[in-house]
Design a protein around this ligand. Structure first.
Ligand code: PMP
Length: 293
């Protein structure tokens, strides 16, 4: 990170070296907080309103009172991107419960902290975007709706981190996470899609998939391109026998999958439906969004 990196922290833009959070912050002590990962393309923040709305839904779910309005948070994101002289980048927006005692009680944290980082991210090596990723099935399951809802984008990502560790130890970059019923939920930080006989399928939110912003973009693109898309509970068998598979996410963007658990997906190369959707996604990211200026 460069010296000139500016972080928005609790109302001020400060140098990265001065962006400090208390060690008593419950975000750090307990993962008690929420976040969003957002991207800017061509001087515009992509789907900003949707990300901020999801942040506020996460806040509501964990009873965290946001001291900022949605529109103020949108302005803060744009201000941070601007202050860092970026026109393309990855933005991390984090709200923690704030500093409190060593016990769990969140009511002992007088006010939340918010910070915004505008930097860059490369989730997977570049060659995988052209040639495709290989997946394994992780043994770590996606948390169930009977625990903290997997819809809450909380700071507690340890489950996903452990799934990622399994992938890396198996020599691959990404893995499929199943839900408690053994059907497909999503990947460690991405939504999963398959294509079979020209129809695109993705698991419903109720199967443990995050209500992804990029997922919603794929639904819009399918409608526009006249490609049928269906939410369907899927098993690993469905993925193994699909014609195509791809993942989406703000950080990941849209990336093809060509192998899972040693089985080639389709002919083992990125498919035609994926390519059409990638073109559509690229067009969408470069022509829409909230101007940072
Ligand atoms: N699932 C998980 C667990 C994630 O962290 C993300 C990244 N936010 C996604 C899916 C993809 O969601 P989005 O398209 O909104 O980035």
């Amino acid at each position: 990170m460069s010296d000139s990196q500016k972080i928005w922290l609790d109302g001020e833009l400060v140098d990265e070296a001065d962006a400090k959070i208390s060690i008593f912050d419950h975000g750090l002590l307990y993962g008690d907080g929420i976040f969003e990962g957002i991207r800017a393309y061509n001087g515009r923040v992509f789907r900003l309103k949707e990300h901020v709305e999801r942040l506020f839904l996460s806040a509501k779910a964990i009873l965290l009172d946001m001291p900022w309005t949605e529109s103020e948070v949108c302005d803060i994101v744009c201000e941070t991107v601007r202050a860092n002289g970026l026109s393309d980048g990855y933005i991390r927006l984090v709200v923690t419960r704030g500093s409190g005692g060593l016990g769990l009680n969140p009511y002992l944290c007088p006010k939340p902290s918010m910070f915004c980082i505008a930097a860059s991210i490369q989730l997977y090596p570049k060659e995988h975007y052209e040639n495709g990723l290989e997946l394994i099935t992780c043994s770590t399951r996606r948390p169930t709706h009977a625990t903290l809802s997997p819809q809450v984008k909380s700071l507690n990502y340890l489950n996903n981190v452990m799934a990622k560790v399994e992938c890396i130890q198996a020599g691959v970059m990404e893995g499929l996470m199943l839900n408690e019923h053994g059907t497909v939920a999503e990947c460690t930080g991405d939504t999963v899609f398959i294509v079979k006989d020209g129809v695109v399928y993705t698991p419903p939110i109720s199967d443990g998939a995050l209500d992804g912003i990029t997922r919603a973009v794929i639904f819009e693109l399918c409608e526009r391109l006249d490609i049928k898309i269906v939410e369907k509970t899927m098993t690993r068998y469905d993925v193994y026998t699909s014609d195509e598979c791809f993942l989406t996410g703000t950080a990941a963007e849209v990336i093809p999958v060509v192998k899972m658990d040693s089985r080639a997906i389709g002919d083992g190369t990125p498919g035609e439906v994926f390519k059409k959707l990638l073109d559509g996604f690229r067009h969408e990211t470069t022509t829409t969004g909230v101007d940072i200026a």
